[in-house]
Design a protein around this ligand. Structure first.
Ligand code: IPD
Ligand code: CA
Ligand code: CA
Length: 300
């Protein structure tokens, strides 16, 4: 190697040693989402039956525990370690109620191009009861569009992962929506929404109408897992009015990347502001929308 002859004045002073960078490594956001969901999920599972604090939010049916809050904190820290410039919208950092969550979403969207949307425990009532159907839901949106969705069920150790344009997987196996092409042959999920004033009565109209038109209905108490099950073809659709961005974001991408359709209850395409949800295998979508319209169960 040739060494240039430098005059004394051109010799640069020694630069201070670089600090250890705050951003650790160059992990992909998908890897970070999977790792965060897995760590939080394991911790949540370890706290089953050991809840220290239970409080209610906007109704006596809307529960929150110390474990919901602890899990959100854990996920936030893990994400910010890798992506300190990203914004995060987590259920437990938002005031209860529809208006507060809509406002929080609008504010969060303004904050940064990349927005993580987190539900630390989806299915808190189940978690409190020891009913083994709850999950961690983590999504990443870029300029308002969900590009990564991860849902982890720690009880069954099932990790559902979707990347926009790259498909969806559970444990490395591609997920695919069901083939049912008639409502009458389909099993759908519905929800008994905790908003007893507005959302529940609307949902009840839909549930009554659908109970007569489908093979059967399930209301297992976790919006995100219902969506993951639609993606995996275990259910043919899911309908609920009164959801929040964190209930839906990851699951919506899973359904879409598995060949399904996600809209609001009148058929507008899904975006992260949607609160009245219809997600199906695509084949029964219109029939389901028609039933909801006739039953006046769209909430619009
Ligand atoms: C709830 C669950 C439930 C749905 C409610 C959600 P949480 O979320 O997804 O299935 O019916 O609308 O609020 O409170 O357990 O995170
Ligand atoms: Ca939820
Ligand atoms: Ca939750």
């Amino acid at each position: 190697m040739q060494v240039e002859n430098q005059s004394e004045s051109s010799v640069k002073p020694l630069e201070p040693k670089p600090k250890i960078p705050y951003v650790v490594g160059s992990k992909s956001p998908t890897a970070v989402a999977i790792n965060s969901a897995s760590k939080a999920g394991e911790w949540i599972k370890s706290r089953l039956g050991l809840i220290k604090e239970i409080n209610t939010k906007c109704s006596p049916q809307d529960l929150v525990t110390d474990v919901d809050k602890g899990a959100e904190l854990m996920i936030r820290k893990l994400i910010l370690t890798h992506f300190p410039d990203h914004a995060i919208l987590g259920e437990e950092s938002v005031d209860p109620g529809a208006e507060a969550s809509a406002n929080a979403l609008t504010e969060a969207k303004k904050e940064a191009e990349y927005l993580w949307i987190i539900d630390p425990i989806d299915g808190t009532t189940n978690f409190v009861q020891g009913y083994p159907f709850f999950c961690v839901s983590i999504a990443l949106a870029y300029r308002g569009e969900v590009i990564i969705g991860v849902i982890y069920d720690p009880i069954r150790d099932e990790m559902f992962v979707a990347e926009k344009g790259k498909g969806a997987y559970v444990h490395g196996n591609p997920t695919q929506v069901s083939r049912d092409d008639k409502l009458a042959d389909s099993v759908l999920a519905v929800g008994f929404n905790p908003d007893r004033e507005v959302a529940l009565p609307i949902n009840m109209k839909g549930i009554t109408a659908l109970s007569d038109r489908t093979r059967s209905l399930r209301a297992a108490g976790s919006a995100a897992l219902h969506l993951a099950y639609v993606a995996a073809g275990r259910l043919s659709g899911y309908y609920e009015v009164g959801l929040n961005a964190w209930d839906i974001a990851a699951g919506a991408l899973l359904v879409k990347e598995s060949g399904g359709i996600v809209t609001d209850t009148v058929g507008n395409p899904y975006d992260i502001g949607v609160r009245r949800l219809v997600a199906t295998n695509g084949k029964i979508h219109q029939e389901l929308l028609d039933v909801l319209k006739t039953a006046e169960a769209t909430g619009v």
